[in-house]
Design a protein around this ligand. Sequence first.
Ligand code: M6R
Length: 604
Amino acid sequence: MCGIIGIVGVTPVSGRLVDSLRRLEYRGYDSAGIAGLVGGRIERRRAEGKLRNLETLLIEDPLTATTGIGHTRWATHGAPSVRNAHPQVAGRVAVVHNGIIENFAALKAQLIGQGRRFESDTDTEVVAHLIDRELERGLEPLPAFKAALDQLSGAYALAVLIQGEDSQVMGARRGSPLVVGEGQGEMFIGTDALGLGPFTNRIIHLDDGDFVAIDHQRARIFDRAGVSVNRAMRVVPAASALVEKGNYRHFMEKEIHDQPDACQHTLSAYIDPITSTVSSPGVDFSAIDRLQIVACGTASYAGMIARYLFESLAGLPTDVEIASEFRYREPALRPGALALAISQSGETADTLAALRWCKDRGIMTAALVNSPESTMAREVDVVFPTHAGPEIGVASTKAFTSQVAALTALAIAAARQRGRIDAAEEARLAGVLLEAPRLIAEAILDDGWILPVAQEIAKARDVLYLGRGAMFPLALEGALKLKEISYIHAEGYAAGELKHGPIALVDEATPIIVIAPSDALFDKTSSNMSEVIARGGRVVLITDNQGAGHAPEGVNVVIAPACDPLIAPLVFAVPIQVIAYQVAVLKGADVDQPRNLAKSVTVE
Ligand code: M6R
């Protein structure tokens, strides 16, 4: 989703605005723009498409401002175009915005009725007009900004520039992220610490509803009611160094290789290797009678894997629901339940809304997040961290396996707390789980099986993924990975469902990828493969050495390391990620920034 940057600088800022926007590219965007104050007047440059188009424009027509704002836009209201790109300008005001102004239509009609003319189809332009109208009514910039904010409903992070205010940028957040960065005689606002990484690591996280005015020396912060407040400044560890691709071609490739470390670091938050005990800091699962997981996309598949573990190991009734649907069925949750959000970003709007729904009803809330300063982390009763480091590729890889690793640890802790396993079994399971990083590394190294398979898949128009038990969510994840980055239509099914419909799709042109380690379910899944082959279908089987020995005649095999079923979702995640990655590379797709997708979906 959109990325925001604002700088009150002492030297020209256009290069730095673009540098920051480049760090926010991972969020997904389809146009970009910057604006600055030149000779007291607002000047802007905007371009459709990638940032290089904006850079070309800036070479032809430089912007010399020392105070400015910038934006990468992921279109919601109005097609991607220069006209709809931000900054949006009205009168003396330039605005960049992430989120959706839900009452923009009514506001726009009112403003048009007052004689104001609109240039774009965006919801954002109303914000610029509202502030400009308040300035025309005689308010000073900050009160005018506050008066405009009071009229908005919906979600926003905003950065605002006002003509004549050469050393000030204002910002506000409600439902979308915004941080302040402190420099030396310069101040910044931006979407996240990564975007400000090249300039400062001294970061202030605004609370939801805050608004702020920065100048050369300070940030004046106010809460929703307009009361001046102090928010803590934190030094963010080496944010700038953490987003380099190194020698990898794509962030996704790097992040696939980061997984052993990411899982290792994550597990160290839950498992004490000396005592072989597993903890769930902040939650006693013996006091919980139901676990309600809410999440979107890949995170929801991590939740589905966790359901198998929490129910089979800990005997804890567990539901998993896509966050965007959760609220609409009025779930019958009672105190005693724990609502657990799973989210890499900690900012996904639907997941946040589902958490808030639970909180409003007195349900205890927890969030498994990769961003410790995210809105979810700040709003829940208990934070469970993943330590995957920043994930830049839009297609989630290391965040997913880190989520599954953490959830597996939590399920073991829950099993122990609920008296379902004794200390010896806890220690055995902890030992098995601690093997996962090494086996993930093996799976990554042993990817020689995959290129011939990827070459086949790259020619397909449709692909089916099948799995049983905890491999079913992996089938869903495999299909999502493939369609996200290679644009090949793919669907995941529970292998047992094949005969209830999807088998009608089987033909020579539709490869079927079956994920089946040699476990108790292997023989049943093997029968499903035979059914496919009997109908002329082509099967790729992802299994271990033993499974390969029992594979039906005619299947194409990808071998993953043999492992305990507890960690099979972690180890078998690797080949499905690598298949999707290699197919996308073969097709020449934009692996890290697939079309239409945003890394963090901050609108509902
Ligand atoms: O930041 P979150 O984990 O809440 O994001 C949830 C989904 O948007 C995300 O997993 C999405 O499905 C990924 N692009 C999948 O690769």
